[in-house]
Design a protein around this ligand. Structure first.
Ligand code: ATR
Length: 281
């Protein structure tokens, strides 16, 4: 769709930014909903982030997404940060308010929960959750699970100190599990999430035994390339319901699109096919 002089403007700031799927994703929705708007890649070096964010209201931008390496630094650069983004420790969405102030939020927790609920019918009260990993993605997922009300959260990470400090920060419901017990700690769990990039094309496989996991537990991998990781294939083969990582990527984009362009966009099969074709899958 061509845009007019009144087009609503948004984009994604990253360094580098060329790998970002967000312009294609938001572009698909702009086209689908017939919105006079544009979403562009904005290569912004770390040293320029503060100036680039401050320029948004001057340029008439509605806001931006932030990707690597800007998400954590941006906490201190926004005028107002949602409590959830504070808790996650990262901002992935900036909205320019009517008074030109910048509001930072994080939509990863929303994206994770929406995808999980929609794809599996999982409910927090179903039982304990096990999260593998303690990096940025794992933090957002752990915060999401606690906000949703899981009764217990077990975090296993190769580097034990990272799991311990994350669990300590999250409070009594969360506890760190030694990496050697990443299999055994699945006993009685209702949800298992791989929140590392292991299993992604070009990365090492995730070495995770599933023999103690109850067969009704939902298994969710945040990796989406390949869509069916070795973890999901193994879980499916033993009868567990599985949820792939593509849905989180798509759902996390929805609240930002709504904030900038005024329509809450839908995730459906057509969008999944469009993005998968883009991924070469
Ligand atoms: P992100 O922000 O994408 O989550 P990250 O902060 O680099 O990225 O976190 C990557 C996660 O994958 C971490 O949990 C990391 O474990 P460490 O904290 O021990 O580094 C995990 N990870 C990466 N490579 C791994 C490997 N070969 N074996 C086990 N865990 C690995």
């Amino acid at each position: 769709m061509t845009i007019s002089g009144k087009a609503l403007l948004a984009g994604v700031m990253g360094w580098p930014v060329a790998h970002s799927r967000s312009p294609r994703l938001h572009g698909f929705w702009l086209e689908r909903y017939g919105i006079d708007g544009a979403y562009v890649p904005l290569p912004v070096a770390p040293a320029n982030l503060a100036a680039a964010l401050r320029a948004l209201p001057l340029l008439g931008f509605r806001g931006v997404n932030l990707t690597v390496p800007h998400k954590e630094v941006a906490l201190a650069l926004c005028d107002e940060v949602d409590p959830l983004a504070h808790r996650i420790g990262a901002v992935n969405t900036v909205v320019v308010r009517d008074d030109a102030k910048l509001r930072g939020s994080n939509t990863d927790a929303f994206g994770f929960l929406e995808n999980l609920r929609e794809a599996s019918g999982w409910r927090a009260a179903d039982g304990p959750a096990v999260v593998i990993g303690a990096g940025g993605a794992a933090r957002a997922i752990c915060v999401a699970l606690l906000e949703a009300g899981v009764p217990e959260l077990r975090i296993a990470n190769r580097t034990a100190e990272r799991a311990q400090s994350l669990a300590a920060e999250l409070g009594a419901v969360a506890r760190a599990v030694p990496w050697a017990e990443r299999g055994a700690c699945q006993a009685g769990a209702a949800l298992l999430v791989n929140a590392t990039s292991l299993g992604m094309a070009g990365q090492p496989p995730l070495d995770l035994p599933l023999d103690t996991l109850p067969s009704e537990a939902v298994v969710n991998d945040i990796v989406y390339a390949p869509l069916e990781t070795a973890l999901l294939a193994a879980a499916r083969a033993r009868g567990n319901p599985v949820v792939d990582g593509l849905g989180m990527l798509l759902h996390q984009a929805r609240p930002a699109f709504e904030a900038w362009f005024g329509v809450m966009p839908a995730v459906d099969e057509e969008l999944r096919r469009f993005v998968l074709a883009d991924l070469g899958g």
